[in-house]
Every structure is written in structure tokens, then in C-alpha cells.
Design a protein around this ligand. Structure first.
Ligand SMILES: [Zn+2]
Ligand SMILES: [Zn+2]
Length: 496
């Protein structure tokens, strides 16, 4: 795609002509004044409001897009821009030279630089404009009964819930630091209701598709009369303009100044570098005047420090809704377990622990740092019970195995960190084999420990970290759990 500047207007040109340029070569992109008499296309309005899309995403002829632009309704931004000589991607924020490449581009007839980092959302190159909407926002009629939820909140949830509502209404930034099993979804309901009643456009974003799929029916049940867009790779709601959106953080890359409030769930779920681009996506998707609510069970060390030094506004929910303390991990030294595993053996302490669980009919999850180690250990465990299973991220039978565990058909499930969050089994003990491995960060260990004791009928669970040398992460994870328990007791949220 190329442009020509004619009388202070950009002309979209499909084909190469001598004085046409790529959008990255145009210094200032003019925006014609909004013509209030112009009959805009309401479908285009719904599709583009609060978005930044590519021409390929718009099923309309170029002429129509051009007319909307000339009447001030459509904006263009550079997909790839330059900071001095350094390129950056305006959509995903990528500025790492490694993540750029060039190709002979048929659209502009030149060698075109493109961003590899966000290519799964369609290619952004030097000739790609990001197209946005500058006209009025579509009207949304709010029903009088917004929420239909009869549940009750624990005292800890209630306090956090008020903070969320306040942040959404006052355009504040707030962190909710809620322990695993605190019931954080319900904490959002009052804030969502208040925000919708104030005609705000809201979004819940989370890194994982699983969570979008799990949250969607729960929110549809709580807000039955509200249209909810559920967005993940390949979802059919892609073009729906809704007052409430539930999206993977990747899908936020298509939004621009769209939301009055974004609730960002599980901000810690990915390594920092990934997190950075997701933060960029969230920052672009929110309006300049808007609220941001972060939800996490395990803020990263930087955020924890900011909380403690008063730089970051936050509220904790230190206790689970069932008012029992979080299980505190035990540490058990198990020697050089990897060396033993090479000889097809496991440390006696680990075997003993597993035998006890099998004997007492108590289910357990056993976490391993790496797939090959886990697979080496599986036959040894199967000597104790033949129906023990192992699961990892690429396992095609992942769902079936988790289901078998849930229906108590198997006594023990070996797993990599894939099950560290999100999955809930009512009554299990949890072990980590090789807790010293660097894959087990403080946050991963807190999440893993958080799998135990979640149901009110079985609030206790044993958590044990088998290790070949204690790490800082292990100590910090245990400390974080104990601190939360202490705070829960102090605030009267845990029964002692
Ligand atoms: Zn990009
Ligand atoms: Zn090009």
C-alpha cells in the first residue's frame, strides 16, 4: 500500500506511482476535520471504534475507506515508526532489532521492514497503516437490571471489591493481590456493575485462552442482559462491539484507546519480556483517561517492592474464602535426585511420600522441572501404582488426563509447570521434585503450593518441596505464604 499527499490529504494508492510513498516515509499524517454532515457507515463504525486494524481486516472497498478518511472519520497511524534510526512497532511496542526482518514486498514494491513479534495478528510493515476510528462511538443501551448474581462475598473479598469499584469509577490504577483460592472473579462483579451503569466500556484481559473460556460463561450468567465479547485466537466475536469484553492479552493488540477500564488478570503469568509487550498492548487499549486494575496471586519482585514502599496502590486478600490458612510448604532435602534418576532410582524420601498417599487414598500432584526427567520417573512411580499418569503442555491427552484426575480415576498425576495455575482439584497434596530448578520461580512455587487445600471440605493439604539445595525462590515463596497467613489472622479473615 502506498500513499500520495494531495492538497493536504492522503490518497490511498493501490498501485505504485512515482511520487507515492510508504506510510513510514510520510512525516506528518494529516487528519481532515470531522464533517458532521457526512453519512458514515455504521457497520464500519462498530468494527473500527476503539480499534487499530489493518486494511486486510476491513471488508470494504478502498474508496469507502478513503471517503471516511477525507471526512475525518478514519485515522491512519504508522505501523512501523522510527525513533531516530531505530524502528519500533506501533502495535506491539517491539523495538528489539532481532524481531524485525525484511522481505520483498509486493504491496509497496520495495524491500519492506516488518515486525516478527506480532505477526500472528497480521503483518505490520513499513507500508502498513494502522487504521482507527475518529467519529462518534456506537450507542449502547444499558438495561436497568445489569447484574444478576446472588452470591455472597467473604469479608476479604468485600473489601477488595469496593476498591475495584472505586478504581473503575475514579479512573485509578489499583493492584489486587489475592492469594490462590481467594475467589478473585467475584471480587470484580460490583466494579463491573458500577462501571457499566456509568456507561463505561470495560475489558477483562488475561494471558491465557483457558481463562477466557472459563470466565465467559460465569460473566454471562452474572450479567445476562449485557452483550459480552469473548476474544481469543479464532473466536467468532472478533468484530463485536460490546460494553464488556473478555480477551486474551494478545487480542488487545487490535484495540486502541478503547476501554474506560481494563482489568488485567494474572499479570505475572509470563516471563518479564513477554509481560512487557502485553503491558504495552494493555496501555494502548485503554483510553488516556481510564482505570487499570491488576489481579494477581504473585506479583513480581519489582511490584512487591513498590507495594511495600508505598509506590503502588494495592489491596490484599490474604485469606481464602473458606477462612482456613494457606498450606505452608515443607522443605525436604533429597540429594542428587537427577543422578539417581539416571540409574532408574528415586530418592527414598520421595518414594515414601508417594507410598503414603497411595495407601491413604489421597490424590497428589507431583511437579517436575522438565519433561524428560518426568518421563524417566514415570515408570518408577508406576511400580507403586500402575495407573499413575504424567502430563505436559504439548501432551495431546492433556485434557483427558486432567479429567481422570478430577474424577479420581488416577491416584497421582505427574506434571510440568503447565498445571501450576488455573486447575483446581478439591482434595490433593502437592509435591515438587527438584524445587531448586530455576524454572521454579517464587511466583511459580506460590502458585503450585496454592493448588492444595482449596475446597472448604478439604481445606488442608500437604505441600512439600523436595530439593537438592534450597534456593532464594523457595525461601521467598514460603515467606510470602506465611506473611499472607499472618495478615489473614490479624485482619480476622482466618479462623484460628
Ligand atoms: Zn509488532
Ligand atoms: Zn511494503
Amino acid at each position: 500500500m502506498r500513499f500520495r499527499l494531495i492538497n493536504g490529504r492522503l490518497m490511498l494508492q493501490k498501485y505504485f506511482s512515482e511520487d507515492s510513498r510508504r506510510i513510514s516515509q510520510i512525516t506528518a499524517i494529516p487528519l481532515p476535520p470531522l464533517n458532521p454532515l457526512f453519512q458514515f457507515n455504521p457497520e464500519l463504525q462498530r468494527l473500527l471504534s476503539g480499534k487499530q486494524l489493518l486494511l486486510d481486516d476491513l471488508p470494504y472497498p478502498l474508496d469507502e475507506i478513503q471517503t471516511h478518511y477525507e471526512n475525518g472519520y478514519i485515522t491512519f497511524r504508522k505501523g512501523i515508526d522510527y525513533d531516530g534510526k531505530k524502528p519500533f512497532c506501533a502495535r506491539c511496542g517491539n523495538k528489539d532489532p532481532q524481531w524485525f526482518a525484511t522481505y520483498p514486498c509486493a504491496r509497496c514494491g520495495e524491500t519492506c521492514l516488518y515486525c516478527r513479534h506480532c505477526i500472528m495478528m497480521g503483518r505490520i510493515s513499513e507500508c502498513t497503516p494502522l487504521i482507527g476510528w475518529n467519529g462518534p462511538v456506537p450507542d449502547i443501551k444499558m438495561p436497568t437490571d445489569i447484574m444478576n448474581w446472588q452470591g455472597t462475598l467473604s469479608q476479604g473479598q468485600l473489601e477488595a471489591s469496593k476498591r475495584v469499584a472505586d478504581a473503575i469509577l475514579q479512573n485509578k490504577e489499583w493492584l489486587i493481590w489475592a492469594v490462590c483460592g481467594a475467589g478473585k472473579t467475584e471480587v470484580l462483579f460490583a466494579g463491573i456493575e458500577a462501571g457499566l451503569a456509568a456507561n463505561k466500556r470495560l475489558c477483562i484481559a488475561t494471558p491465557r485462552t483457558d481463562v477466557v473460556l472459563e470466565l465467559t460463561p460465569r460473566l454471562k450468567a452474572a450479567f445476562p442482559q449485557i452483550e459480552i465479547a469473548s476474544l481469543y485466537g479464532g473466536s467468532k466475536d472478533r468484530h463485536l462491539f460490546a460494553p464488556l469484553t473478555i480477551a486474551t492479552t494478545h487480542q488487545l493488540l487490535r484495540f486502541y484507546h478503547a476501554f474506560d477500564a481494563i482489568i488485567l488478570d494474572e499479570v505475572d503469568a509470563f516471563p518479564y519480556t513477554v509481560e512487557e509487550s502485553l503491558q504495552h498492548a494493555a496501555n494502548q487499549a485503554r483510553k488516556p483517561e481510564s482505570a487499570m486494575v491488576y489481579l494477581t496471586a504473585t506479583p513480581n519482585p519489582k511490584w512487591q517492592k513498590e507495594c511495600l514502599s508505598g509506590k503502588r496502590a494495592f489491596t490484599t486478600i490474604p485469606a481464602r474464602f473458606h477462612r482456613h490458612p494457606l498450606p505452608v510448604p515443607e522443605f525436604a532435602w533429597c540429594g542428587n535426585w537427577q543422578k539417581q534418576l539416571q540409574r532408574n532410582k528415586l530418592p527414598p524420601g520421595i518414594l515414601q511420600w508417594v507410598k503414603e498417599r497411595i495407601k491413604n487414598g489421597k490424590q497428589a500432584l507431583i511437579f517436575f522441572p522438565h519433561i524428560p526427567l518426568m518421563e524417566k520417573a514415570l515408570p518408577i512411580f508406576r511400580n507403586l501404582a500402575s495407573n499413575i499418569e504424567a502430563v505436559h503442555a504439548e501432551d495431546p491427552d492433556r485434557k483427558e488426563k486432567v479429567q481422570k484426575m478430577r474424577s479420581r480415576q488416577i491416584p497421582l498425576l505427574l506434571t510440568t509447570t503447565i498445571l501450576e495455575r488455573g486447575v483446581t482439584f478439591p482434595n490433593i497434596d502437592v509435591a515438587v521434585v527438584g524445587a531448586e530448578d530455576t524454572i521454579f520461580t517464587e511466583s511459580a512455587l506460590v502458585q503450585i503450593a496454592g493448588r492444595a487445600g482449596r475446597s472448604k471440605d478439604h481445606p488442608d493439604g500437604v505441600v512439600i518441596f523436595f530439593h537438592y539445595g534450597k534456593t532464594e525462590a523457595m525461601l521467598k515463596a514460603r515467606k510470602q505464604i506465611m506473611t499472607m497467613n499472618r495478615e489473614g489472622v490479624k485482619r480476622g479473615l482466618i479462623d484460628v
